[in-house]
Ligand binder design. Structure first.
Ligand SMILES: Cc1cc2nc3c(=O)[nH]c(=O)nc-3n(C[C@H](O)[C@H](O)[C@H](O)COP(=O)(O)OP(=O)(O)OC[C@H]3O[C@@H](n4cnc5c(N)ncnc54)[C@H](O)[C@@H]3O)c2cc1C
Length: 430
C-alpha cells in the first residue's frame, strides 16, 4: 500500500553529501525530524579508488554499509526518489510512496554515462579496458598496469567537463608511469593521456607544475580529443577532435573515465537548470526558484570542482542556512567554491591543489602549493580517509581555514627533477 510520510528535513542521497548534512543537522538541531532517501546498501569512499587502481589501497577499506553510516535519530527510507512536486513540497519514490518535507536537500550525486562511449559497456573489465570510476572495475586497473609489457601502449582518457574529481583521469596515468619507473622500466611502454580539455588542469598555476610531471614521465599529452568508441575485440579506440576529425589508436591498456552528467530524474525535474544540474545560488546553495530546497555535491550547478573536499565546505553552509530559515534569519553566502584535488604524481608524493571560484589558489597548510610532497601522500592515504569516516561523516565541521589571501609564488618549480630550460628573461639578458 502506498504511504505518505512527513519529515521536517528530507535528504535525497546518502552518499558523501547526504550523510555529512544529516550528521551535521543532528549535531546542531537534534529536535529536527530528518530522513534520508537512499536505495543503496553500501557507501564507498570514492577518493581512494585512484589508490585501489594503483594497487596502493584495499577496495574493501573503501566500503561501509549504508546502515552503519545513517546517524542515530535519522530515518532511512530505503528507496529511490523518482520525481518532485516542489510546489506541494513532496517527492515521489520508486515504490510509489510519497514523502513530504519542510526543507529538502538534494544530493544524489551524478550519473556515470557508460553508454556515452560506443562499445564501452561491452569492453569494460576485460582485454585491457578498465576504469577507476566504478568499484566493479577499479581492481582491474591494477591488473592492467601490472600486465603492461615492453612495447605496450596504454591510453588514459578524460571526457568533457564537468566530471567528478577532474584530476582523477591523470592521477592514474602518473601512478602507472611511476610503477614502471620503480620496476626499472621507465620508457619501455608508450603512455598517452588524451583529454577533451584544452589544458592539463583548470587552474593555470597547477597546470604548469603538472605539465612538468607529464614530461618527466614521458607521457604523451593530447588535448581537445574525446574518446567516442571502443572496439574491444580489436583493441582499438576512436577519438574525435574539436573539429570532428577522428583517429583510431591501438591499445594494450585503456583506462576510461566515462562521460558524466546529472541523473535523468534530476534532468527531467522542475529543479534542473542549465545542463540538467540542480540550479542553486553558488554561495548560499539555495535553489534559485524554490526557497526551501538546497543542493550540494556532484549534482548541483555550482561551478566548483566536483569533489568530496568541496562537500566538506558546502555542507556547513547548507545546514546553517536551513537553520537560518527556521529562525527567520537571512541566509549566509558562505561557500566560496573551495575544492581540493590531491594529485598522486608518484607512489609517495602528492601535489595538493586547493582553490576556490575563479581558480584562485588557497592552500590550507603553509606549504608551497605546487610542490609534490611526501606529507600529502600521508594525508591522501591515511589522513583523509580517517577524517572522512570519523569526522566529516559524523557531522564535525571545524577545520583550519584555507588561505584566501595566498599570493601565487610563480617562481617556485615543481619539487621533482624536471628538464632544465633557461628562463626566457635570462635568455634575453645573456
Ligand atoms: C575515481 C575517483 C576519485 C576521486 N578522488 C577524489 C579526491 O581525491 N578528492 C575528493 O575530494 N573527491 C574525489 N572524488 C569525488 C568524490 O568522491 C565525489 O565528489 C563525492 O563522493 C560526491 O558526493 P555526492 O554525495 O554528491 O555523491 P555520491 O557520494 O556519489 O552519493 C550519491 C548518493 O545518492 C544515491 N542516489 C542516487 N540516485 C538516487 C535517487 N534517485 N534517490 C535517492 N538516492 C539516490 C546514490 O546511491 C549515492 O549513495 C573522486 C571520485 C572518483 C570516482
Amino acid at each position: 500500500m502506498e504511504q505518505n510520510k512527513h519529515h521536517q528535513v528530507v535528504i535525497i542521497g546518502g552518499g558523501t553529501a547526504g550523510i555529512t548534512v544529516a550528521s551535521s543537522i543532528r549535531r546542531h538541531a537534534k529536535y529536527l525530524n530528518v530522513a534520508i532517501i537512499e536505495p543503496a546498501d553500501n557507501h564507498y569512499y570514492q577518493p581512494a579508488f585512484t589508490l585501489v587502481g594503483a594497487g596502493a589501497y584495499n577496495l574493501e577499506k573503501t566500503k561501509r554499509s549504508e546502515k552503519s553510516l545513517i546517524p542515530p535519530g535519522v530515518s532511512w527510507i530505503k528507496d529511490a526518489a523518482k520525481s518532485f512536486d516542489p510546489e506541494g513540497n513532496s517527492v515521489v519514490l520508486s515504490s510509489g510512496d510519497t514523502v513530504t518535507y519542510d526543507y529538502l536537500v538534494v544530493c544524489p550525486g551524478l550519473a556515470l554515462e557508460w553508454d556515452g562511449v560506443e562499445g564501452l559497456k561491452d569492453a569494460l573489465g576485460k582485454d585491457g579496458v578498465c576504469s577507476n570510476y566504478s568499484p566493479d572495475y577499479v581492481e582491474y586497473t591494477w591488473d592492467c598496469i601490472q600486465n603492461l609489457k615492453k612495447g605496450s601502449q596504454a591510453l588514459f582518457t578524460q571526457p568533457p567537463m564537468p566530471i567528478k574529481c577532474p584530476g582523477a583521469p591523470q592521477k592514474i596515468a602518473y601512478l602507472a608511469a611511476d610503477y614502471l619507473r620503480k620496476k626499472g622500466r621507465a620508457g619501455d611502454c608508450d603512455l598517452h593521456f588524451l583529454t577533451q580539455a584544452p589544458a592539463i588542469f583548470g587552474v593555470p598555476y597547477f597546470a604548469r607544475a603538472l605539465e612538468k610531471v607529464m614530461s618527466r614521465y614521458g607521457i604523451n599529452t593530447h588535448y581537445q580529443t574525446n574518446l567516442v568508441s571502443i572496439n574491444g575485440a580489436a583493441k582499438k579506440a576512436t577519438f574525435e577532435d574539436s573539429e570532428g576529425k577522428r583517429q583510431v589508436l591501438d591499445y594494450d591498456m585503456l583506462h576510461v573515465t566515462p562521460p558524466q552528467g546529472a541523473p535523468d530524474f534530476i534532468k527531467d525535474s522542475p529543479l534542473a537548470g542549465e545542463g540538467g544540474w540542480i540550479s542553486v545560488d553558488k554561495n548560499s546553495l539555495q535553489h534559485t526558484k524554490y526557497a526551501n530546497i538546497f543542493s550540494l555535491g556532484d549534482v548541483c550547478s555550482t561551478p566548483n570542482s566536483k569533489t568530496a573536499a568541496a562537500i566538506r565546505k558546502q555542507s556547513p553552509v547548507v545546514v546553517r542556512n536551513i537553520l537560518n530559515m527556521i529562525a527567520g534569519k537571512a541566509l549566509e553566502e558562505g561557500y566560496d567554491g573551495y575544492a581540493s584535488c590531491p594529485l598522486t604524481t608518484s607512489y609517495g608524493k602528492v601535489l595538493l591543489a586547493e582553490f576556490i571560484y575563479g581558480g584562485k589558489v588557497t592552500p590550507t597548510l603553509p606549504l608551497t602549493p605546487n610542490r609534490e610532497l611526501a606529507v600529502y601522500w600521508w594525508v591522501k592515504v591515511t589522513g583523509l580517509p580517517l577524517m572522512y569516516w570519523h569526522y566529516m561523516l559524523k557531522g564535525y565541521e571545524w577545520f583550519f581555514g584555507h588561505n584566501v589571501d595566498y599570493v601565487e609564488d610563480k617562481s617556485q618549480p615543481a619539487s621533482e627533477p624536471v628538464e632544465k630550460t633557461e628562463e626566457p628573461e635570462k635568455k634575453k639578458a645573456a
